[in-house]
Ligand binder design. Structure first.
Ligand SMILES: Cc1ncc(COP(=O)(O)O)c(C=O)c1O
Length: 401
């Protein structure tokens, strides 16, 4: 959790700025707020960090993903190609706006592959929600070729990849719209929060209105504002935005430290037979929040997990069985258990979610073990962890299957 590792005086100062005015609402109250506008400042910091033309801060990464989809023109009945390996919020966001998720294959980048996207395209496909997983980035060149060839709209859920880049362009800015999460577990946190980004001004305007009951935010009298569209309340509070301001400023340093640790771990572990790593399409653009090990097969990965547990090694995720980020754990979606009927229940699901055939995704996630990288690790701690991981893997591989 690198963002929270560095929580300190800067965050407290930003929060105090808000507490001193007492204006916790991001809009209006111009006279009382003493020119303190933390949500605006947060958006400006995110634009500066990633190079976006526009950013709109909201209450979570989940609502940012939803705003990104809506602002890209995705709505009820549109098929959207999604990965089976993502935080479930990506899928929920599509379902909430009435879109129809179509699951496609990921590859060793841990993200949708160009080939996977191509095979999932139907005449009803409106777009792709690409998710950049585990701090890395998708294979953008190949993916953009498919997007352009088929005239699809691209939305990026970069909830786990703030600050990552592919050939210089930030994740989140390849498509029409993108989204970042600032929840408690991310490279930068606002406590709870999210930011939608785009270089398309009309898309930004849509997100800005959609996230606040359709308000156009023109003038300084909220009661008299116009409502160009129907929206809802996905607003971020000034207190959360204040934390986001301080944390976003820390991201370049965190990425530098993370990369030092990840490179050291990869160098040491590449000597261990049986250890490979998730493919990083642009290693220079990695945000390096995770070290992503790929074992030879699922059974070996499970034995390695057992060895880690036996040796008391923590700080890793085995997404295949232990985490809420893979389709195998999404029974509620497979069974379409809903509180109130969703549009998909009327429109019809485009796939049989309970019986999907995604062998490549099953293989990759079955082999994947990810260690969260802490930016405050010392070189000695990194060396000790590499030693422990190597020893556990050697033990697991020496056991006959
Ligand atoms: C890829 C991805 N998208 C969306 C989200 C949702 O973000 P939040 O927890 O801020 O709603 C997450 C959170 O883990 C995520 O990893």
């Amino acid at each position: 959790m690198p963002g929270t590792e560095l929580f300190g005086a800067e965050e407290r100062k930003e929060i105090n700025d808000v507490l001193e005015t007492g204006i916790l609402f991001r809009y209006n109250h111009d006279a009382q707020r003493n020119n303190v506008w933390k949500a605006r400042e947060f958006e400006a910091e995110v634009c500066k960090l990633v190079g976006a033309g526009f950013a709109h801060a909201v209450s979570s990464g989940s609502t940012a993903a939803q705003c990104a989809m809506v602002a890209a023109g995705i709505g009820a009945g549109d098929e959207v190609i999604v990965p089976p390996f993502t935080y479930v919020a990506t899928i929920e966001a599509a379902l909430m706006i009435g879109a129809l998720p179509v699951f496609a294959e990921i590859d060793e980048t841990l993200c949708l592959s160009a080939e996977g996207i191509r095979k999932a395209i139907t005449p009803k496909t409106k777009g792709v929600c690409l998710v950049h997983m585990c701090g890395q980035m998708a294979d953008m060149e190949a993916i953009m070729a498919v997007i352009q060839e088929h005239n699809l709209v691209l939305v990026e859920d970069a909830g786990q990849a703030l600050g990552a880049r592919y050939h210089g362009t930030a994740t989140g800015l390849w498509g029409k719209t993108g989204a970042y999460s600032f929840d408690f577990f991310k490279i930068a946190t606002a406590g709870e929060g999210g930011v939608m980004v785009t270089n398309d001004e009309p898309a930004y305007q849509l997100a800005d209105s959609y996230a606040d009951h359709g308000h156009d935010h023109v003038g300084s009298n909220r009661g008299m504002e116009q409502h160009p569209i129907i929206g809802f309340n996905y607003r971020i509070s000034e207190l959360h935005a204040a934390v986001g301001v301080a944390q976003t400023r820390r991201v370049p340093l965190i990425i530098e430290k993370n990369n030092q640790h990840k490179t050291a771990l990869m160098n040491r572990l590449s000597e261990v037979p049986g250890v490979a790593f998730a493919r990083i399409p642009d290693p220079d653009g990695d945000s390096a929040t995770f070290l992503n090990l790929l074992l030879p097969d699922t059974e070996t990965a499970k034995r390695v997990v057992d060895e880690f547990n036996a040796a008391g090694i923590g700080g890793f995720n085995y997404w295949f069985t232990n985490m809420y980020h893979f389709i195998n754990q999404w029974d509620h979606i497979k069974e379409m258990r809903t509180a109130g009927k969703l549009p998909i229940e009327i429109l019809g699901a485009p796939q049989d979610y309970a019986n999907l055939d995604l062998p490549q995704s099953q293989d990759v996630v079955g082999r994947l073990i990810s260690f969260g990288i802490r930016c405050t690790w010392t070189p000695e701690e990194v060396e000790a962890l590499a030693g422990k991981i190597g020893e556990a893997v050697r033990k697991a591989l020496s056991v006959e299957a």
